[in-house]
Unconditional design. Sequence first.
Length: 301
Amino acid sequence: MNDHKGILLESGTNEIEVIVFSIGEGVFGINVMKVREIINPLPVTKMPNSHPSVEGIIRLRDEVLPVVNLGQVIGFPPSAHPEQDKLIVAELNKMKVAFHVHSVSRIHRISWEQIEKPTKLSQGLETTTIGVIKMEDDMILLLDYEKIVVDISPDSGMNVGQIKAMGPRQRSDKKIVIAEDSPILRKLLEDTLSASGYNNLHFFEDGRQAWDYLEELGNNKELFTQLPHLVISDIEMPQMDGHHLTKRIKGHKVLNDIPVVIFSSLITGDLFHKGERVGANAQVSKPEIVNLVETIDRLLA
């Protein structure tokens, strides 16, 4: 696994490596950078009053992890061959969770440009899917694992109350561009940043849309006054990821002075260094919204 992470880390291009797995007849993928290990199922301890999709907890060495049945989350039938089942141990939003899947196949390295937005999918999985990977022989769905975890454990998400406790401020003159593919997180960011006094917010559904907007402003002298004061970007997004967006901003002769904050559930040691190399001014791990606001305050002071 570490070798694959090294390959992706050194690429510096608009690429992602995904581990492909199956649930029933469905084929799904998860970003290699989210995965810590893949193991055979362990004895599960049932928990009272737990979420229907949580099978219980397991002990993995010295850690206690919740087990989330992804088939249950997306409404698929139980495994037909439980002897092939696997647990994908993932880390996101600063917590670890074991996702129960039916089988694991291989790793694909692809461009984010191969991933279409979930709005083009047939109805059924839009609320838990961030995109579909177009392969020659198959279609691989990328699930919104952060949303799945927050739905099960709301405390792992952003808390507007924490922002209100910071006290009033007035930042409405500061224009902020935000690239975030999740509709739910866009709404949460709008609510929390507005509560912080930042009301001049411009949202884009992926890095490509944000870049097209910024590039137009940067290449037209008549539009220079409309340039944002700061950019916030997720990492995982269809068409263009946050690292590639940051690299393009920092490589543009007009846009390169705009502070860029990467706000992602993937701020791990390896990816933190990659964010530094592409020129990010700051990196904040989801769901640390107070840290995000304090970082914005500092960069715009």
